[in-house]
Design a protein around this ligand. Structure first.
Ligand SMILES: [Cu+2]
Length: 247
């Protein structure tokens, strides 16, 4: 009898929780953030804040420690079927001590949107460095734009990552040397990832709907814990029962 009640209450609370989430997601704007941390030992860091309204993305990026006076290609990277994250040097396939854009792809996925200053924002513009934001003489970069995302990118934005590119490795003051492995017309230095941050939602169901969402979440957690205990007990007794039967 006790077990049955536990399972029932968990199911009831679960349905409440699901209703709460669906309700909150209909409520318009969602916000996201990405904490950009260095890639390739660049030392560059930054913060990206995003507001998504349907497929319209308002995005602001503030970075520092970038190679000064040069453009920095930047993109939303991601994979539809996986949670995208930022790579480590462990993915440096050719062992040159630098993690190139393709080498990092198993972690952050392919380019889904190009965060250009003007014009096209599709993956086609991935290396359109003439339309990418430039860092100032002090190595800071400020970017702000509203753009339209493909529906599938908008729907999964919280699973993706933002990557900024471009490191003047040899300190020559420009991107030069070996050709890029994504676009040979550009030096590798111009496309090396300089920082990366996983995009995380900052407006969850609970945050946008503090009254109903908050209560539902607390109830959901308590209900789940109770339900798990009850189901767990049931499971153990069944396993023990079948073992006893087998012996
Ligand atoms: Cu990129």
């Amino acid at each position: 009898m006790k077990k049955k009640l536990g399972v029932l209450s968990a199911a009831a609370v679960l349905s409440l929780g699901v209703t709460g989430t669906a309700f909150a997601q209909e409520g318009g704007q969602q916000t996201f953030e990405a904490d950009l941390t260095p890639q390739n030992g660049s030392g560059s860091t930054g913060t990206a804040t995003m507001t998504l309204d349907s497929n319209q993305l308002g995005i602001d990026i503030g970075s520092q420690g970038l190679t000064p006076n040069l453009p920095h290609a930047q993109h939303i990277h991601g994979m539809a079927q996986a949670i995208s994250e930022c790579p480590t040097l462990a993915l440096d396939a050719n062992g040159d001590g630098l993690l190139s854009t393709p080498e990092g792809q198993p972690a952050y996925g392919p380019i889904l949107s190009s965060l250009t200053v003007t014009g096209d924002t599709s993956p086609e513009s991935a290396t359109a460095v003439d339309r990418m934001p430039k860092a100032g003489a002090d190595g800071t970069l400020a970017y702000s734009r509203t753009l339209t995302l493909p529906a599938d990118v908008a729907a999964n934005l919280g699973d993706f990552a933002i990557v900024q590119h471009g490191i003047d490795v040899d300190g020559s003051g420009k991107y030069d040397g070996a050709p890029s492995d994504i676009k040979p017309e550009i030096p590798l230095e111009g496309t090396l990832p300089t920082d990366c941050g996983k995009i995380v939602p900052t407006s969850s169901a609970a945050m946008t709907m503090p009254e109903t969402g908050g209560i539902n979440l607390v109830g959901l957690a308590a209900g789940l814990a109770g339900g798990a205990l009850a189901v767990g007990g049931l499971f153990v007794s069944r396993v023990l029962g079948s073992r006893n039967a087998a012996q």
